[in-house]
Design a protein around this ligand. Sequence first.
Ligand SMILES: [Zn+2]
Length: 475
Amino acid sequence: MSFRALLAVWMSKFVTIGLKIMGRGATSLPGVIAQRVYLLLPDRLLRQIDTCVIVTGTNGKTTTTELLYAMLHSDDEPWLVNRGGANLIQGILATLLQKTNWRGRLTVKRVLLEVDEATMRLVLPSIRPQVLVLTNVLRDQLDRYGEIDQTIMLLRNAAWGADTTLVTNADDPLCVAISSINQKPVFFGYAPMESTDETSVVDLVSGNQVRDGAFCEKCGALLSYERYFYGQMGIYACPECSFKRPELSFAGRVLDAGTAASQLCVNEYAATQDWRPSEDREFLVPNPLKGLYNAYNLLAATSAARTLGVSPSRIAEASKRFIQPLGRMQVFPGHPERILSLIKNPTGADSVLSTVAQDAREKMVCFVINDNFADGRDVSWLWDVDLEVFVENSPSTRYVCAGTRAADMALRLAYAGVDRLDIKIVDDTEALLLVGNEEALPVYVLSTYTALHPLVSLLTHAQPKEFRGKAVSAS
Ligand SMILES: [Zn+2]
């Protein structure tokens, strides 16, 4: 390592020590300063990694990464992970620096990285992952990334490479189109059953949701769907050419959806590729998460872990112990009970709303909509959210809007058919605590990214003492 690179590492360490002395927590500042001193530092550190797994895609990156980390990491085989959605280059660098010694050497050789789609191009020249997990490709923050075609090009570039196994979603035609460039694609997908609880989950989410990319990537014809699951995901085939949902290596079904006993039943199909086990098998994984979209995250993590040779029993054990990342249907018990969830794009918001709609109780729904850079400056996506379906299915719901774009959200709700008397705008997020207090109605707080962490601490402190520390993942 060059003197300049070493200097950058030392600077970051001094800054970290300084921050600790001042009582400040981990920030991205050490990484920012280190990169100022030596621009190529991320490259120098990434090149030291032996085993690299990358999780990318539009939705579900953070939950999938956290689940996969729980399945992979052990004291004997430690993995390094960038936590909490720190998926831009600064966050990745800050994570690597935590495990870099004074001589500039990484002390952990296995790294699991959640990487934002646009950041892939900064990471890939330095490292090719052994396993690339692509969760889905949905419309997201269009003003940051440009159109969806550009995202696809970035991901195609990421999936290219003889040494990379692509683990991706067969139900998403865009993922499948991207996979054609990969030599070792492994497909997971949803296997609906005829008539049990989870059918209702599917039915609820299969309204008229946004379905970008529901065209054949080969010939441009409109795909015909046998089943829709969520977004453009489903069982599909092109009526004009051979493009269709590929054979699954991992097929998942949700048993007892929405209950504490919920499980993901995974069927694993052997194929000719050498890394896979030689027999078909079926195993159960406890499903600690709410919503079909989260079942996809669990299936993605399970498929990646199996691809990396983790045993089904260890996967099940990790999932059982799993604690939901902050603000992903995070429940704050109390009177009223509050449930916090991130929303950031139409498909994600539709999935969250379909989960909220399954709660038949009278309830409050608060939207906290900001338009800071990390949220995406353009809030026109609110108009693509399928609020009409939600409003129709949830008649006894009242609404509160907060955040820098509260008025836009209120207008959107009015257009979706909500009576104006049922919509309230509050100036600051603290006022949200008064919402639902009198009647002790459950309060769902749906927030964009920059309001999420302030809300977590606000809601935690608002809990009565007997409930403190009991914020739990949704059961
Ligand atoms: Zn076609």
